[in-house]
Design a protein around this ligand. Structure first.
Ligand code: SF4
Length: 570
């Protein structure tokens, strides 16, 4: 059935508006409104609030049945007015949703109408087409950044700055990036900058609208920069802010991988050095410390087989970091569709448009022992008992999502330490079991082979196995290791075939108790119910008509072979 149904059980992605709203949190004085039903805003708010541990305000045009049938213009016009009255934003991002796109809302026309009805307002309203089904949060992120660039009046005055465009990275990594660029002496514009807005300091007075983020004037000035560095190898021409700046204003561009691991960092350092930057002495020391840690951790990391999941740029950065540290990346899974990933990593199983149910199967097939991604992998981690390094959005079950570090030498070191420690923990908690399996199971198996086993035989005189189990009023108890068979004793029991059903039940119990220390019962015949009851109590049932000692000796061999098979399979 599974083969016939195209069904996502637990997709490894979130929808476009999630990315669009997240990116807009890095724009100064910006508020987002989702044009669609309330649930979309609730879903996104909930994810962002638990990951960043910050209150996140997202407005909704709250389309109901009426808006769905007759259009949502009235709701959106009212929503925009309310936002301006309550928040006084400088920028409003109107992000569409599945519903608004499906009913074909003309958001541009609604925004024009709003401006016409509200002359004198200075807010910049950006139309962002982000149908939930149109892509993942990664596409939503870049679509929003591109839309804001396209819909902001450009300032083409040459300013000698470098534009830096990032995919979704943590506030802590954003702070590191700003510091690193400044340390190298770069004059830059960062788009977006969510370092303060999604990881703010406690203030005495609560502000509805956060004060951090990239100002609109800086976004306008990106048209006059000398270079754009876009930290993404996967944005296509229609989504890429850097491509837009190049095509519209002739700003040269470089697409770099996320600066994680030695190679990611070297590429960034080379590009910045070419642009006039100078690597600081402190950065050189950090590089040296990372190299030192790589050597220290290598013996532990060599055991790791990592499954990495998330957005393509994150996955690529982590796979490269794994590679350079001797961690075998067995699986790279993204929610996006990317042929490029396949070309990049030939020995890694690549899953795009993936689902956690499928990821789990591949983790088993490829014997993964480390997960790297968001907290969405926690169910697989728990089920397969594999450690999970939570370092991507969203993290719901731990605090500190806003402080996760993966970039720079220190961020890379953070992941490296976690991977190495996960392997050390695994060794610490499993080595006894492994040693036992390696050295003592064989011994146990030998003991198993040599073991004396006990048998209860139903026999009229003790010479032949000639009695029905239910007719026996005593059992002859023997011990045998196949080669030596010896009689131990007789045990009397009452015959359970007489009397009422309840008495019969009692007698079965008493018979089973009488032979409970035996490995098998030998009888001429036995009814299905007592046979089942004996088996449930771990006692084999062997029916035969044979001399007692021969039957016991053959039974000992049969049981030894069965037990040996079980041990070999365990
Ligand atoms: S997938 Fe569509 S309906 Fe669901 S939250 Fe995203 S935009 Fe809303």
């Amino acid at each position: 059935m599974n083969n016939l149904v195209s069904l996502n059980v637990n997709p490894c992605k979130m929808c476009m508006p999630m990315g669009a709203v997240s990116a807009l949190c890095g724009i100064k004085g910006c508020m987002s409104i989702l044009h669609g039903s309330q649930g979309c805003a609730t879903y996104i708010r909930r994810h962002m609030a638990t990951h960043y541990n910050e209150p996140v305000d997202i407005a909704s045009s709250s389309l109901t049945e009426e808006g769905t049938v007759f259009g949502g213009e009235a709701n959106l016009l009212k929503g925009l007015r309310n936002m301006i009255d309550l928040y006084a934003p400088e920028v409003i991002g109107v992000c569409t949703t599945c519903l608004a796109e499906t009913i074909g809302e003309d958001v541009n026309a609604i925004i024009k109408k709003f401006y016409a009805q509200n002359s004198g307002i200075s807010v910049n309203i950006i139309n962002i087409a982000s149908p939930g089904y149109g892509g993942t949060q990664n596409e939503g992120w870049f679509t929003a950044l591109r839309a804001i660039l396209e819909q902001t009046e450009a300032n083409m005055t040459h300013n000698g700055k470098i534009n830096i465009v990032t995919p979704q990275i943590s506030p802590a990594d954003t702070r590191w990036l700003k510091g690193f660029l400044a340390e190298m002496g770069m004059d830059f514009i960062l788009l977006p900058d969510l370092s303060d807005n999604l990881d703010g300091a406690t203030e005495k007075k609560y502000r509805r609208l956060k004060t951090g983020g990239t100002p609109l004037s800086d976004i306008a000035a990106m048209a006059g920069a000398k270079l754009t560095i876009e930290f993404s190898e996967f944005t296509d021409e229609k989504d890429s802010p850097a491509e837009f700046l190049k095509n519209a204003y002739g700003v040269p561009l470089v697409k770099l991988p996320l600066p994680s691991g030695i190679r990611g960092m070297e590429k960034l350092i080379d590009t910045l050095t070419e642009a006039g930057g100078v690597l600081s002495e402190e950065a050189k020391k950090e590089r040296g410390r990372y190299l030192d840690a790589m050597v220290d951790s290598h013996k532990h990391c060599a055991e790791a087989r990592a499954a990495v999941f998330g957005e393509p740029d994150f996955v690529t950065a982590m796979i490269r970091l794994c590679d350079e540290n001797g961690i075998f990346p067995v699986l790279a899974a993204t929610g996006s569709v990317s042929a490029k990933l396949r070309e990049m990593f030939a020995e890694t199983t690549i899953m795009d448009d993936s689902d956690f149910a499928e990821i789990e199967k591949v983790c088993i097939e490829r014997d993964a022992n480390l997960l790297i991604g968001s907290s969405d992998g926690r169910r697989i981690a728990r089920k397969l008992n594999i450690p999970l390094i939570r370092c991507a959005f969203p993290i719901h079950d731990h605090v500190g999502g806003q402080r996760v570090r993966i970039l720079g030498f220190e961020g890379s070191l953070n992941i490296l330490d976690k991977a190495a420690n996960a392997m050390i923990d695994k060794t610490e908690t499993t080595f006894r079991e492994e040693l036992y399996g390696q050295f003592f199971k064989t011994q146990e198996k030998n003991n198993e082979a040599d073991k004396l086993r006990r048998f209860a035989v139903a026999s009229t005189t003790g010479a032949m196995v000639d009695l029905h189990f239910g007719h026996a009023d005593k059992f002859y108890i023997y011990e045998s290791d196949e080669t030596t068979t010896r009689f131990l004793e007789t045990r009397s029991v009452s015959k359970y075939c007489d009397g009422s059903a309840s008495e019969k039940e009692d007698r079965w119990e008493s018979v089973i108790r009488a032979v409970a220390d035996c490995d098998a019962v030998l009888a001429l015949r036995i009814g299905p119910t007592p046979e089942k009851r004996l088996q449930e109590n771990g006692i084999y049932v062997i029916t035969t008509y044979e001399r007692v000692e021969t039957a016991v000796s053959l039974a000992a061999r049969e049981i030894k072979e069965k037990r040996t098979e079980v041990h070999a399979g365990s």
